[in-house]
Design a protein around this ligand. Structure first.
Ligand SMILES: [Zn+2]
Length: 286
């Protein structure tokens, strides 16, 4: 099993860090957790084509986690030429409506989709890629999840848990993937909470949101619905995870001295190995 940090950022755009997205490769499956800004391009850049993605799990519908879903769905459909299975898509409600409003018959991209289905040259390109006519519309298979749900495939099981973030405006989930090679947890966006700690219990790796230094978050009133340095360390310690990876860093952690302070904060409460992950960080659990 390999985990790639496609995006470790937040809504604040940096050239090297913007939005959230993680790619898990296990067996023949390529499972994407969130699809933030530029995720599709960043995956292609590191060698994974949209057509290879088999499953998409969304933690919540904040744009820094989902804004690149249209690029993934449309490029996967176009390049797939009707020869690949529908993308299995999971997330809290209203994920099904969100997908429908992108690629459905009355969705945001209906003109593009209708043009590619109807125009002779688009049909020809589709056939040259191995597709047949009439050209099928984009197909996805949406499953809306609630805390406690499990999704089981041959090589993996994903479990969803409640993440305490910006309710009641958005439903938010954290995910754990269990495989023969190990267990990895993605907190998504959450404040430290018992449901995510329980989800992470005994996992090999916890990819935790780390918005900022704990003291600064508390001083500035940003410690509600979000996890900071000490919170991430405490969750890792309480859950007994073997390794902690800090992701979803806010802009104030960008300077090197701030990262050093972040790691020192975590080390004050968690004595396991900690990584401050950059975009492109990879973890091989095989
Ligand atoms: Zn969020």
């Amino acid at each position: 099993m390999k985990v790639q940090a496609v995006g470790v950022g937040t809504p604040t755009p940096f050239a090297h860090n913007w939005g959230s997205s993680f790619l898990v490769s296990v067996g023949d499956d390529r499972i994407l957790f969130d699809c933030g800004p530029g995720a599709t391009a960043k995956m292609v850049d590191s060698g994974t084509k949209p057509t290879e993605i088999t499953d998409l799990f969304l933690t919540h519908l904040h744009f820094d986690h989902v804004v690149d879903v249209p690029a993934l769905l449309l490029s996967r459909w176009d390049q797939g030429a009707g020869l690949i299975p529908p993308l299995r898509t999971y997330g809290p409600q209203p994920t099904a409506r969100f997908i429908e409003e992108i690629v459905g018959e009355n969705g945001l991209f209906r003109e593009d989709i209708n043009a590619r289905i109807g125009h002779p040259v688009s049909q020809r390109i589709h056939q040259n890629r191995g597709g047949s006519l009439p050209r099928p519309r984009p197909r996805t298979k949406e499953t809306e999840l609630v805390a406690g749900d499990h999704v089981r495939q041959k090589a993996w099981t994903v479990t969803a848990a409640h993440a305490q973030h910006v309710q009641p405006f958005l439903d938010c989930l954290a995910y754990r993937i269990d495989t023969d090679f190990g267990s990895v947890v993605f907190t998504g966006d959450t404040e430290p909470c018992e449901s995510v700690t329980q989800l992470a219990r005994g996992a090999d790796v916890l990819f935790s949101m780390c918005w900022d230094l704990q003291a600064r978050m508390e001083r500035d009133g940003e410690d509600v619905g979000q996890t900071g340095t000490v919170g991430a360390g405490k969750m890792a310690a309480d859950a007994g995870v073997s390794q902690l990876v800090l992701v979803h860093h806010g802009p104030q952690l960008d300077p090197v001295d701030q990262r050093d302070q972040a790691l020192a904060d975590v080390a004050s409460v968690y004595d396991g190995p900690v990584v401050y992950a950059e975009q492109g960080f990879e973890l091989d659990l095989t």
